[in-house]
Each structure stands twice: as C-alpha cells, then as structure tokens.
Write a protein that binds this ligand. Sequence first.
Ligand SMILES: Cc1cc2nc3c(=O)[nH]c(=O)nc-3n(C[C@H](O)[C@H](O)[C@H](O)COP(=O)(O)OP(=O)(O)OC[C@H]3O[C@@H](n4cnc5c(N)ncnc54)[C@H](O)[C@@H]3O)c2cc1C
Ligand code: FES
Length: 242
Amino acid sequence: MKQEILTVISNIQLNSSTFEMKLSGVTEDMRPGQFVEVALKEKYLRRPISVADYENGVLTLLYKVVGSGTEIMSNIAPGEKLDVLTGLGNLFSIEKTEKPVLVGGGIGVAPLIGLSRAFYKKGIKPTVILGFRNKDEIFYLDEFEKVANVIVATDDGSFGIKGNAITALSSIEKPEFYYACGPMVMLKALSNYSLDGELSLEARMGCGFGACMGCSIKTTDGYKRVCKEGPVFMAKEIIYEN
Ligand SMILES: Cc1cc2nc3c(=O)[nH]c(=O)nc-3n(C[C@H](O)[C@H](O)[C@H](O)COP(=O)(O)OP(=O)(O)OC[C@H]3O[C@@H](n4cnc5c(N)ncnc54)[C@H](O)[C@@H]3O)c2cc1C
Ligand code: FES
C-alpha cells in the first residue's frame, strides 16, 4: 500500500450516474482485483473504488454516484490532485483457466475491463457477461468488445438477452471457471451455482487496509477482511449470513 498524490487527467460522465476517472502519477504497480481508497474533501472516511485498469502510471476508475462522496468525485475537474491509497487488496488469479467467463452486474463490471485486457494480452479472448437493469445503464460495451466475446443481459430485455447474469451464464457451453463482481444478490446466486469461480466482494469499509476489522465477512475458514484477505475470494468459501 502506498499513499500517493495523483493528478486527475479526465473525469467523464458515461451515463446518468456512471463516470470514468483517469489519474496520472501512480507509482505502485496494480493488477485486476485490487482497489484504491480515495480521500475526498469533507469526508472523514476514504472511499474504496476498484482498479478498473492500470497502465503506464495511469489508473482508470469507473464509479457510480450513489451518495455524497461519489457526488463530490463526479465534480472533480481535470488538473485537480487527489490523495489516494494505491495497491490495496488481492488479485484475480488469471492462471486458473484458459476459458474464462467474466460476470459483471451494474457498476460491478468495473474491475472486469482490466481483467479482460489481462486475459487478452495473454492471448485468451474471454467471454464477458454484462448484466444491467436496462439499456440506459449500459456503459463500456465498446471497450469490452475490443477484447472479449460479450453477452449483455438486461432485466427488462431492453438490450441483449432478457434475464440476469445467471441466465446468461447457463447459456454458455461448458464453462470452466468464472470471475464475478456485482451486487450481493448476484454473487450469492453464483455461489449456489454448480460451477466454481472467484468473486470480488464489496463491504462497508473503515480503514481499508486491515486495521479495524470493519469489513470482516464469514467464510468456511473463519472471518476474513474484505480489504486485506480480499476483495477477491473463492465463491464456495463465502458464508452468507442472510
Ligand atoms: C473493494 C471495493 C471496491 C469498490 N469498487 C467500486 C467501483 O469500482 N466503483 C463504484 O462505483 N463503487 C465501488 N465500490 C463502492 C463504493 O466504495 C461506494 O459506492 C462508495 O464508497 C459510496 O460512497 P458515497 O459517499 O457516495 O455513498 P454513501 O453516502 O457512503 O452511501 C450511499 C449508499 O451506498 C451504499 N454503500 C456505500 N458504500 C457501500 C459499499 N462499500 N458496499 C455496499 N453499499 C455501499 C450505502 O449503504 C448507501 O445506501 C467499491 C467498494 C469496495 C468495498
Ligand atoms: S476496512 Fe478496516 S479492516 Fe477492512
């Protein structure tokens, strides 16, 4: 983990509530699965955001405005400086399969673009399932299509197949292993699915680097911290308490 002062290169609105922010000046090497903690003016707690992508010192974040912190982020202009803890969390393990299926729901698709590009660089074109509520919530489709075979599923059928990520996953011939990020209800459904995979979890965080235990979750191997032992876990190790 490193505390870095980064420069905002761009902060672009992608749809009604989703933004792409690019930051330069990163010195810590980061890989898919990891996250950063962004300090925001007037906020005591930093906000955790996944590494959507990282290349040559430039970090890409994809975020959805859900409250006052992300609202502040959305108003940051290019050229402004941000205090960011970089290099937090563990990684997706991309050596587990040659036939990866990536499953993202809503803003949970964010870490999957860097993961898709990492597979593509290895000579593997992954299958990516992007699940959204409706067509207006879709973002980054063109970016995914450059490096992956993409299936879009919308709850209301307004784009792609009608249904959720599980519906789409069931339509894939002989999937071997999946990598997923999205709402808890989707991750829980995936954990009950016969196929195994890795999940990137979200939890309310305090410190973000393992000191407060505030982000602990129950696993088959006792309690683990999402910020330190995660955010990526094997699907079958998570115990859902409700
Ligand atoms: C490891 C990790 C990676 C994340 N990656 C991303 C990302 O790439 N893009 C992105 O948009 N968001 C991501 N999040 C969620 C993001 O941290 C929250 O949306 C953000 O902190 C909300 O801040 P806020 O001040 O805008 O909202 P708040 O005012 O703090 O909360 C607004 C609403 O969002 C809910 N909420 C806030 N934080 C979380 C959380 N961590 N989990 C579940 N519900 C929450 C609250 O319960 C409340 O209903 C990630 C979270 C974690 C833990
Ligand atoms: S947020 Fe403090 S231990 Fe995870």
